[in-house]
Design a protein around this ligand. Sequence first.
Ligand code: CA
Length: 234
Amino acid sequence: MDILIVEDEAEIAQLIQLYLEKEGFACQVCRDGLTAIQLFQEQQPDLIILDLMLPGLDGLEVCARIRQKPGAKDPYILMLTAKGEEIDRIIGLSTGADDYMVKPFSPRELVARVRALLRRSLRHGSSSQTYQTQHFSVDVEQRVAQRRLEETEEPLDLTTLEFDLLTTFISYPGRVWNRTQLIERLWGSDFFGDERVVDTHVARLRKKVETDPANPKFIKTVIGVGYKFEDSVS
Ligand code: CA
């Protein structure tokens, strides 16, 4: 099995399954958290699409248990939430989710995100690059990002997308990126959807890397174009 879909709303689960199977992914669906844990242990999926609100164990609990399980295969987790649910906690990512989508979402965008996550797992290990600027360092292979402020280094708790966004920025300090270019980098050319999704992820990344996200020092907006990353290269 490639993908486990954990969703108690049958129509949504079917829709996701339909789109993913059309793309050639093998899927299994379950409707509650306990079954999800059981299937995860038995089948070792590469990726789990995990609804937040579930009967029994909720998505956050399922996510936490999967991440705590030592030795097991570490799947990518794409969380689904309804508007107004605990989005902040997912974004805070004490949960260990790699990415999330807010309902209602476009199935095509979901497929694009799934592809992007799985593509990463294929690439994983082949890149051994690290990037360093005065205040940041990114190890692409280990997928570790750190921020250095006033001599203290602290690891950044980033989603997969945020990590790739920071890596993109840090790999070309000073380069101006438009949204289309960033989408190509993050989701590939098969992205369908609204380009403003980039702004959302930039805003979230700023919250994690900037001391004052309202007055960003590193990730600057280039009016009428997009964004650029500024930091001196040591
Ligand atoms: Ca639900």
